[in-house]
Design a protein around this ligand. Sequence first.
Ligand SMILES: Cc1cc2nc3c(=O)[nH]c(=O)nc-3n(C[C@H](O)[C@H](O)[C@H](O)COP(=O)(O)O)c2cc1C
Length: 485
Amino acid sequence: MAYRDFQDFLQRLEAEGELKRISVPVDPYLEITEVADRVMKMPGGGPALLFENPGGKQIPLAINVFGSRKRMSMALGVQDLEEIACEIEDLLKPEVPRGIWNAARELLPKLAVLTKVPPRYEKGEGRCQEVVLTGDDVDLDRFPILHCWPQDGGRYITLPLVFTHDPNNGKRNVGMYRVQVFDKRTTAMHWQMHKVGAEHARLSAEQRKKIDVAIVLGGDPALTYAATAPLPPGIDEMLFAGFLRKKPVRLVRARTVDVDVPEDAEIVIEGQIDPLELRMEGPFGDHTGYYSLADMYPVLHVTAITHRRNPVYPATIVGRPPMEDGWLGKATERIFLPLLRLTLPEIVDMNLPVEGIFHNIALVSIRKRYPGHAFKVMHALWGLGQAMFTKMIFVFDHDVNVQDIKECLWRLGNNIDPERDMCLVRGPIDVLDHASRAVGFGSKIGFDCTRKLPAEGFHREWPDVIEMTPEIKRRVDALWNQLGL
Ligand SMILES: Cc1cc2nc3c(=O)[nH]c(=O)nc-3n(C[C@H](O)[C@H](O)[C@H](O)COP(=O)(O)O)c2cc1C
């Protein structure tokens, strides 16, 4: 189900008892972080928060709106995230129906879903342009922008959808990249070297061209999720968001840059980046639970700010897990599993535990068919889009529940001969990894925790797991109440 806009989503959250309003003034300088951090660490993720009076600013601030499995599912219009995975699995089913009539009956409705969701380009003004600020009126200080953690380099826009276009083919990209605010009309742009926004900037630099950027806040929450999703370059996040919300995203032309923006957004910051103009950005208290170090990133010069008449400012904080972003990551883990299975059909399930910052640890179960199969899966993952950042991969047999960390540790401890079952490789690493030998480059490790085969040089018997017989279990079940235990 699609939401009319971000505020419609907030109303739905409130109606479901999922949102708490805070009318007491709370300061965007550190205080909101401390409140939100405590709430995000409550069992289940705590409620979404609407700070109605953030540091005396007129504009309320919403945070933790994605911060539980229920709210993440609500954001994408489903009862549970698995529904989307099933829908994608169904769309990708390779069976070709027999007979033209069956083909029409089975395939056409599936394809119709896709033809109905590409973005629509509207003429005129959008609701995101009810107020337009240009020239001297441009002032980022109007918004309750968070200074998240004590050692942060400054204030950060933390839930931005960054729209850019490939200067060669015009294709749009939308990524979530944090934005440090330097002053009322200047910001940084933290697109990391492996991300599509950074590639657009490199291509623009080659042509000595500036790059037009729109930083969008709000809109249907499916758009925000889409900006975080690891889609292959060239796949339009607005098309993906349309697929998720079952309704096209409506776009209008930005006022001062050559970018189309969601008509229903709360706030749009338009600007230009000269990819060769760099400035020190950071440090920033990051997803890892550590500060990511300051480094040189491009500068954005704001050309206009447009917003709704009464906007709400969407924000998040990142830090030591569990945090709100963990739920965005869990959505990706579930939604992208069927897509992963297109290349790796042997994968049964996958768990990227939040404590492992998602890409630091992957627990994967596979249907093992041949010697070295677990190593093949590791290498495939390291070669697949943003899965390349996975620092540690543990591959288990199909009957291991990788969602159960205790079971994984038990199997891992028992099933490996470290020297034989470990595989070390070198390659790209998440820019946020502070332990790697260089920024963005380091090593990764995989462990084959599967049963070993004779063809893998294992010639002893592989022992059975200890289990009681069903017969005895039934007899003890029947006795249980008499035992007084
Ligand atoms: C809350 C949040 C903040 C993020 N901040 C950044 C960031 O500052 N820089 C970055 O490169 N990626 C960041 N990411 C990850 C990207 O949004 C993610 O990798 C996305 O798929 C990138 O899109 P792209 O492939 O179109 O570049 C963040 C993700 C989340 C959930």
